[in-house]
Every structure is written in C-alpha cells, then in structure tokens.
Design a protein around this ligand. Structure first.
Ligand SMILES: C[S@@+](CC[C@H](N)C(=O)[O-])C[C@H]1O[C@@H](n2cnc3c(N)ncnc32)[C@H](O)[C@@H]1O
Length: 324
C-alpha cells in the first residue's frame, strides 16, 4: 500500500519524532489506529508481497545474509535445529522431504547429513526460487517449485513424502481455518509413519519481538522493504491475548524528494500448544516431540517450539482421494 505523501515536506528526523510521539495515523490519517482494529480486521490485512519479484530479490538478500535471523534460518541455526531433532528422535531419517515456504535452500543443503533422498521446496518468491535452483543445479533429487504453498500442497502422482517441513513460522502465516485446510492437504502427501516437523511460535513462547511498540530503524543501504537509504517506522502489536502478533511498517525515504511512503504488514497467527495439538490430531498426526531447541537464546526470532507429529492414521481430512 502506497500512502498519500502528506509527510513529504517534513525531514526524516521530524517524521521519526512525530511517529514515535503520536503514531503513524498522525502522519497518514488514512491509516487506522492499530489498537482499534478487531482481530478479524488484523487477520485480513494484506500479507507481505512475497511473490513480487523486487520484494523477493530484497528478501533473498536478507535471507542469504548469515548475520541476521530476521528473514530466514541461517545455516548455523538450521544445523542446531536438525541436531536437536535427531537427538529427540534418533530413528528419524529425512528421506523424501516436502518443504512449503522453503526459502533459499538452507534446509535442502543441511538435510544431506540426515539421510535426504529427495527434496521438493515450494516458495512464492521468484528470486528465492531462482537462487535455490541455481544453487542445486545438477542435483536432480532436489527441486524447487515457484508458487503459493496453498496451491501446490497436493501433488498427485508424487510418491508420498517421509518428512513434511514447516519451518520458521510457516504454520503461523495462516489463520486457523486456512492452516487446518492446508495441513489436511499436506498430510495427504505424507506416508503413514512419516513425520511433520513444525518450527513455529506457540502462545507459550510469549510475545518477544512484537511487544516493543513504536521503533524507528534507519537503513542506510536498503532493507527487505526498499532499496537505498530509508527509515522503517515500525509498530509491533499483540492482539487477542497474543493469538495475533504483528508489525505494521512504514518505509519512508531518508532525504528530500524521495519515493512516496509505503506500508507493509506482517501478521502471525499464534496457537496455544493444545490448539496446535488439536489441529494436528484432526489431520491424523500424533505429537511425538515438542520442545524449544533454542531455549535460553536472547534472539526473539529463535523463541520458537519445534513440534514433531507422526502420521498414524488416515482421517476424513486426509483421505487420499479428497480434492483440495
Ligand atoms: C520467513 S521466510 C522462511 C524461509 C525458510 N523457511 C527459512 O527458514 O529459511 C518465509 C518464506 O516463505 C515464502 N512464502 C511466504 N508465503 C508463501 C506462500 N503462501 N507460499 C509459498 N511461499 C511463501 C517467502 O517467499 C519466504 O521465502
């Protein structure tokens, strides 16, 4: 969303000051006050434009920057996470892996040490998928599909997978009903005895990273949101007792005569552990492991659970002939 540039005649310092004091609607009255939004309206906010080629290129830049955990799990984090999983589930072998919202290929690379035989990653970002395909060129057992995970979940004709991965909040991206639908469709492609691995935020992980209120971040060389020097005016919010967490971010050029400001939202749907267990059980999965691989870390991006659930039976949601 591009905002009417009513703040254009102000300097960046002044915009930052007024934002911190009064909030974004003071500068752009067309923006609603987040505190007044109902959970339904928060859930209906547009997601980040993952499919936009330019956004995807900027996201990839951050995903391949190993010094930040903001946009993906860096190799060292993936390594620790998989080692934790192997420790908890010593008999686990990755086998055939299906990985919606896969990112730039870090998991595909790391799973080589865990008995990977075939990998299909799905990502909506054109630059992310192009990067991953280039990285694994010539390794025919590792494939990346460009598309929305919701459209590519059921892949008739593909052999059933052994491991379904939903990493870095993938399970938090969808509202509860949409998540249950997608899960049913994904679990249809999982063999009996196979496991789903969810790296996600549960209500029990708290609200760290979303409870900081208004912040101004100065970006001198670009961010996920735009290129060049700019400010990110960010408002964290927690709604419905933490069932919805998010940020509204306004990107504003740092300097006169710049581009119009743009607004972005990122929202996570956060179940409690019992709610997640109920959704997994309805999909025919039984939880066999639940824990915090990064307990004690001060990084809010690592305040997550790893939940592993095994497909024990076929339910009405996962009947093999059920259409998505
Ligand atoms: C937070 S990143 C995490 C990537 C990866 N799991 C990791 O840890 O490195 C989310 C990724 O999901 C992709 N994505 C977001 N929504 C998607 C959707 N509906 N379908 C497919 N991919 C999506 C984005 O392009 C991005 O690469």
């Amino acid at each position: 969303m591009e905002l009417v540039d009513t703040a254009a005649h102000h300097g960046a310092e002044e915009i930052a000051r007024e934002f911190l004091e009064h909030g974004a609607p003071f500068l752009w009255p067309e923006l609603p006050d987040l505190a007044g939004l109902t959970p339904d309206r928060i859930a209906a906010l547009p997601p980040l434009p993952y499919g936009d080629p330019e956004f995807s290129a900027r996201l990839l830049r951050e995903q391949t920057d190993t010094t930040t955990t903001d946009s993906s799990r860096p190799p060292a984090v993936v390594k620790r996470q998989l080692a934790w999983l192997r420790h908890e589930l010593p008999e686990w072998r990755a086998g055939r892996v299906h990985h919606p919202l896969c990112g730039p290929g870090t998991y595909a690379a790391a799973l080589g040490d865990y008995g990977l035989t075939a990998y299909v990653g799905v990502d909506a970002g054109p630059a992310v998928v192009q990067h991953a395909r280039r990285r694994f060129a010539g390794q025919d057992h590792i494939r990346f599909v460009l598309g929305d995970a919701a459209d590519t979940a059921a892949s008739p004709g593909e052999p059933a997978c052994d491991t379904l991965l939903l990493t870095y909040d993938a399970a938090n991206f969808l509202a509860p009903r949409a998540f249950r639908e997608l899960l049913g469709s994904l679990v249809r492609g999982l063999r009996l005895g196979g496991i789903a691995v969810l790296d996600l935020r549960l209500a029990e992980d708290g609200t760290a990273g979303f409870d900081e209120g208004r912040r101004v971040h100065r970006r001198r060389t670009g961010s996920v949101f735009r290129d060049g020097p700019h400010l990110l005016l960010s408002e964290g919010f927690t709604v419905a007792d933490g069932a919805l967490l998010g940020h509204r971010i306004v990107a504003v050029d740092d300097g006169p005569g710049g581009r119009p400001p743009e607004v972005f939202h990122s929202v996570l749907h956060v179940p409690t552990a019992p709610q997640l267990t109920a959704a997994l059980t309805a999909a025919g999965l039984d939880v066999c492991v639940r824990g915090r691989p990064f307990a004690g870390s001060g990084d809010p991006n690592l305040a997550r659970h790893l939940v592993v659930a095994r497909k024990q039976r076929i339910t009405h949601r996962t009947l093999p002939w059920r259409q998505p």
